[in-house]
Write a protein that binds this ligand. Structure first.
Ligand SMILES: Cc1ncc(COP(=O)(O)O)c(C=O)c1O
Length: 407
């Protein structure tokens, strides 16, 4: 048996100290207020104190999802609005919420069309395939979906739903959700979105798109803690799952049962012990989003990503995602010839600047810069200057540019 580890958690090396640039596309940096809110002494899960927290969380989440406002008051059904969307808070990361959506709504009698252009879309296909039948239309990482092909496929009338990753964090591409929603309506299939890195960071219109379900992860655009997520579902989704559960068509889930969650939500509660301190932190982060204003946050993320994209293109680097659909919350940049993830290690160790690498077959070939959460322009400018300096350390010749002028 080894020696017990006596390092206090509070002594772990911090990467959030003054002067570091943390430009990772989630988990993102949390504010002092958010961190402090999580160190609240314990409260019970069922008392009025916690139900106040849940009511405010539901109300604030409706704002992040771009839904109609509800009351933030306990006992006022803050989870539901007059647009007929309901919010479910999930103790688990975004993947748990995505699984909850699929497992409660689809069976092996259903076929789901899942177009993909990156790793997280492929994960949607894997989750959907666990509970139903999937046709995963692969368009190539970083390439836009071919809408004509999707239209033709849906016209076969085989499908109950189209499900996809709205903002593909692995490749830096945002799908044309508006156009896809028109196809979903035309072919009368359910419209299901992984909005884990879009909700709160870029334009999302659940009601206009007729989305049956859309998922968000706290640790991304809303700058909350990891390990908690939420779903927005409409009445059509709820009617379908109720019917399927009553008819015994669904193999019921226990922990992730949406019907149990909806029952408890009536009373500002969750069926099981909630992630009390995490949700307190999320309330604090969402208050900051609300103070900034949803559209202002979308704009800040847009402006940051535009600065990064224009800058690196002018420096002569290539961006991975197709130019017409580049994400505004994450940018994937191809390494210049001769560079690999050693650059990223040096950037972290020497320049205290953190970006993230690529996944699967793109590993070592590109890096990704997040522009989500509460990242300030000054941090992005400083981070970009350090990235340029780090490339020069590796002998890459880059033109002289005025970094500030891009932001
Ligand atoms: C678009 C997208 N979908 C799904 C996931 C997985 O979410 P989680 O790690 O919160 O389960 C991520 C995580 O980076 C993501 O960016």
């Amino acid at each position: 048996m080894g020696e017990p580890n006596t390092t206090k958690i509070s002594d772990l090396p911090s990467i959030n100290i003054e002067g570091d640039c943390f430009l990772v596309p989630g988990p993102v940096k949390m504010s002092e207020n958010t961190l402090n809110s999580m160190s609240h002494p314990v409260i019970t899960a069922r008392g009025t104190e916690y139900r106040d927290v849940m009511a405010e969380l539901n109300g604030l989440l409706r704002i992040a999802f771009n839904l109609t406002n509800s009351s933030f008051e306990r006992g006022e059904k803050s989870f539901h609005g007059d647009d007929n969307y309901s919010i479910i808070v999930v103790s688990g990361s975004g993947t748990a919420a995505m699984e909850m959506v699929i497992a409660n709504r689809f069976t092996k009698e259903d076929s789901i069309l899942v177009p993909t252009n990156g790793k997280f879309g492929e994960r949607v296909a894997e989750i959907a395939n666990t509970f139903s039948n999937v046709n995963n239309l692969k368009f190539g990482w970083g390439c836009s979906f071919n809408l004509e092909e999707i239209d033709k496929e849906l016209a076969t009338k085989k499908y109950s739903a189209i499900a996809f990753c709205h903002n593909e964090t692995s490749t830096g591409i945002t799908q044309d959700a508006e156009a896809l929603s028109i196809l979903a309506k035309k072919h009368e299939v359910a419209f299901i979105l992984d909005g884990i890195t879009s909700v709160g960071g870029l334009p999302v219109f659940p009601e206009k798109w007729g989305a049956e379900a859309i998922v968000v992860g706290a640790q991304k655009c809303t700058a909350g803690p990891s390990g908690v997520s939420a779903i927005a579902i409409n009445n059509s989704f709820i009617d379908s799952i109720k019917k399927k559960h009553q008819n015994g068509e669904i193999i019921p889930t226990y922990y992730l049962n949406i019907i149990s969650a909806l029952k408890k939500a009536q009373d500002d509660q969750t069926p099981w012990t909630p992630a009390i301190n995490l949700t307190m932190g999320w309330v604090s982060a969402l208050r900051e989003l609300n103070t900034e204003g949803l559209e202002n946050r979308w704009k800040r993320c847009h402006d940051l990503s535009k600065g990064v994209q224009d800058l690196f293109l002018d420096l002569g680097l290539d961006l991975f995602a197709e130019s017409s659909q580049r994400s505004t919350t994450v940018t994937a940049i191809l390494y210049p010839e001769g560079i690999n993830d050693e650059w990223r290690n040096r950037l972290a160790n020497t320049y205290k600047t953190y970006v993230i690498g690529a996944q699967e077959h793109m590993k070592g070939k590109m890096f990704r810069v997040g522009s989500m959460g509460t990242t300030e322009t000054s941090e992005m400018i400083e981070g970009c200057k350090r990235m340029i300096a780090c490339f020069r350390d590796f002998g890459i010749e880059l033109p002289d540019v005025d970094v500030e002028s891009y932001f």
